[in-house]
Design a protein around this ligand. Structure first.
Ligand code: UD1
Ligand code: UDP
Length: 405
């Protein structure tokens, strides 16, 4: 069976990389990779690190692209790629414009679609925007729904979708564990990382920051910048903020925060240095989705600068806290973690509810028609019948049938 993975942004590439390697290693499957290039440099660095050579690169990115213009280029380009490659099965990831466009193009060619990281929900179409709508639409079109957690699976089940549901864990944990192992096995790499971050004073605690959500453009980013400006007054911290390349993020952040000695605004980091900084950080302040799923593996507290999250498992498990974008709340919670050892200690050592490193293997097993090993959810969230690693037979779609499945 020929399986085509279609993706285009940095987080999709990180989360699809271990799955592509697992597909390549499976004798029953042949692999085709189509990158859309929705992101350009942020995508290319991930492809290089994981040694992924795309069969097709649509190179759709434009500076400050509009969502509709992007989607038009994506649907047209992906449709041509599907016509050329003629895959038996297509996999997309998550909730980006690439994921929605690829799902639609695949559905309209009557090719079965698997959705990796299915079932995440806030049920608030404004947050995150437009991702909440994107993932709901992709899930409706999917033949198989690979849910990272039992809670995500329960969302899908309640929506009575036509795809089959499997709880797999999140492939981001596969990627992270592999990357940590590569760092630990390579003394030269560790020395290069030390040199790259030699500007950081080891006596000060590190706060790592990322932010890029569209619903935070404007007043949200103003609040985040005001909070960071205030926190930089502490003389016992270094703040590192790799600033996303979106001009709607870069311009206000550099205009407001450039020039503080202990607040380092840097270009987006390659994955390995970013993982090394997450490991070194005392705490992470972010509006990212993927970082909420990675940090628990590293035992790092994460303060999430959003009002709602589609990843409630880590909040329930106690490794993540929502702080929104109001400066007073961000400042209060950062100071509490830095100054109260007991509060800080409550974050460390908790299990990661998002994965155990075996998500890619489970997805490949399912594609090959094998019963995947169960993903035992390590969270405080209640057990779910699908935790046993079996597909829940929902209403199989009459019109879509996957070759070899
Ligand atoms: C996209 C996804 C978002 C995901 C985020 C991860 C959508 C609607 N949004 O948002 O879900 O969380 O990626 O980072 O799909 N740019 C570059 N070089 C790059 C990447 C981006 O210059 O390598 C700039 C370009 O000007 C581009 C802009 O950033 O037009 C926005 O990129 P885009 O992918 O449209 O949106 P993101 O905000 O990155
Ligand atoms: N990341 C990275 N370099 C950075 C910032 C983030 O490699 O400078 C990684 C991070 O480890 C995570 C992913 O990018 O795996 C998250 O991407 P992003 O925050 O852009 O998107 P989201 O997860 O919110 O969709």
């Amino acid at each position: 069976m020929k399986v085509m993975c279609i993706f285009g942004t940095r987080p999709e590439a990180i989360k699809m990389a271990p799955l592509i390697k697992a597909i390549e290693a499976a004798p029953e499957l042949s692999s085709a990779v189509c990158v859309t290039g929705q992101h350009r440099s942020m995508l290319d660095q991930v492809l290089g690190f994981f040694d992924i050579k795309p069969d097709i690169d649509l190179d759709v990115m434009r500076p400050d692209q509009s969502l509709n213009g992007l989607m038009a280029r994506l649907v047209t380009g992906i449709d041509e790629a599907l016509a050329d490659v003629r895959p038996d099965y297509v996999l997309v990831h998550g909730d980006t414009t690439t994921a929605l466009s690829a799902a639609l193009a695949t559905f309209q060619r009557r090719i079965p679609l698997g959705h990796v990281e299915a079932g995440l929900r806030t049920y608030d179409l404004a947050q995150p925007w437009p991702e909440e709508m994107n993932r709901q639409l992709v899930d409706r079109m999917a033949h198989r729904l690979f849910a990272p957690t039992s809670r995500a699976a329960a969302n899908l089940e309640a929506e009575r979708l036509s795809g089959e549901i499997l709880v797999t864990g999140n492939t981001v944990v596969d990627a992270l564990l592999g990357t940590l192992a590569r760092i630990d096995a390579d003394a030269d790499l560790r020395a290069r990382l030390d040199r790259q971050f030699s500007f950081l004073d080891p006596a000060r605690r590190l706060i790592l920051v990322t932010g890029h959500r569209r619903e935070n453009f404007g007043s949200g980013f103003e609040g985040i910048c005001n909070a960071l400006d205030d926190l930089a007054d502490r003389d016992d911290v270094e703040i590192v903020y790799p600033v996303h390349l979106n001009p709607n993020v870069r311009e206000p952040v550099f205009a407001r925060l450039a020039g503080r000695a202990n607040l380092h605004l840097v270009a987006p980091l390659d994955y390995v240095p970013f993982v090394a900084l997450m490991r070194r950080a005392s705490l992470i302040l972010t509006d990212s989705g993927g970082i909420q799923e990675e940090a628990p593996t590293l035992g790092k507290p994460v303060l999430v600068m959003r009002e709602v999250t589609e990843r409630p498992e880590a909040v329930a498990a106690g490794t993540v806290q929502l702080v929104g974008t109001s400066p007073s709340r961000i400042i209060e919670q950062v100071n509490r973690l830095l100054d109260d050892a007991e509060a800080y200690g409550r974050f460390a050592g908790l299990p990661n509810p998002y994965g155990d490193g075996g998500a890619s293997r489970r997805i490949v097993d399912a594609l090959c028609g094998r019963v995947p090993a169960p993903f035992i959810t390590l969270s405080a969230s209640p057990a779910h019948p699908m935790d046993g690693g079996h597909f829940l037979p929902c209403r199989p779609s009459a019109s879509l049938s996957a070759a070899g499945t």
